[in-house]
Design a protein around this ligand. Structure first.
Ligand code: HEM
Length: 192
């Protein structure tokens, strides 16, 4: 890890604009229920902290943000999703990686090539994905979840504008005997 006093020199590439605290109250969640689905509106806080860099096998350098996402139902303020992990940037390969864990005993390592400011308006677009069984970007889950509420794929797109962060994510589930597209989206504004 980088020393505290060299933090300023680290190049976080397309992740740099994430650093800070974000809040948003336009969240929409679609999640599975035995008899169909439920829709929840939510507000949330996401904090991205720059934590430096690592070198792997003396050759690959990753710069890293740690994040924490706390999501609360609008109806009663209950925290109903609590997620943490890292965003990593491999400048030499031009690859963005997103590792995440959720307290249902599910872990994901998603990745994708950074395509630049893809929408031509200066917004930074980060897109990562993972699939169950994929040798590159995969999903790990407990035996219970594998058998009863299996995550088979994950996609996440962040669009970072000036002071705004929009995201849309899709988690494919096999649950209650059906395939379910579990989606979450929100728009957040920078607090610090
Ligand atoms: C803002 C993000 C998210 C929110 C608000 C959210 C919310 C929910 C809700 C409300 C349920 C229904 C069950 C319950 O009421 O607890 C659920 C189920 C589930 N979610 Fe999420 N989720 C989010 C992101 C994710 C992600 C990123 C993953 C995994 C990659 C995930 C995996 C699952 C799984 C496996 C279930 C099935 C468990 C069950 O319904 O019994 N979720 N989620």
């Amino acid at each position: 890890m980088a020393e505290e006093n060299t933090k300023m020199k680290i190049d976080y590439g397309p992740l740099a604009g994430l650093i800070g605290t974000w809040k948003g109250d336009k969240g929409i969640d679609l999640s599975p229920e035995p008899d169909g689905q439920e829709e929840n509106t939510y507000h949330e806080t996401i904090t991205f902290q720059d934590i430096g860099d690592v070198t792997n096998a003396e050759t690959q350098v990753l710069t890293i943000l740690h994040y924490r996402q706390i999501v609360q139902r609008k109806s009663n303020n209950e925290i109903f999703h609590d997620e943490t992990g890292y965003w990593m940037w491999d400048a030499a390969a031009g690859i963005v990686m997103h590792s995440l864990v959720i307290p249902r005993a599910v872990a994901v390592l998603a990745g994708g090539k950074y395509l630049g400011e893809a929408e031509g308006n200066g917004d930074v677009v980060l897109e990562v994905g993972a699939k169950l069984g994929d040798p590159d970007w995969g999903i790990l889950q407990s035996p219970f979840m594998r058998d009863k509420a299996r995550t088979t794929a994950f996609r996440h797109k962040i669009t970072l504008g000036k002071g705004t962060l929009r995201y849309a994510e899709t988690t494919m589930l096999e649950i209650y005997g059906k395939t379910f597209e579990h989606t979450d989206q929100n728009e957040l504004t920078r607090q610090s």
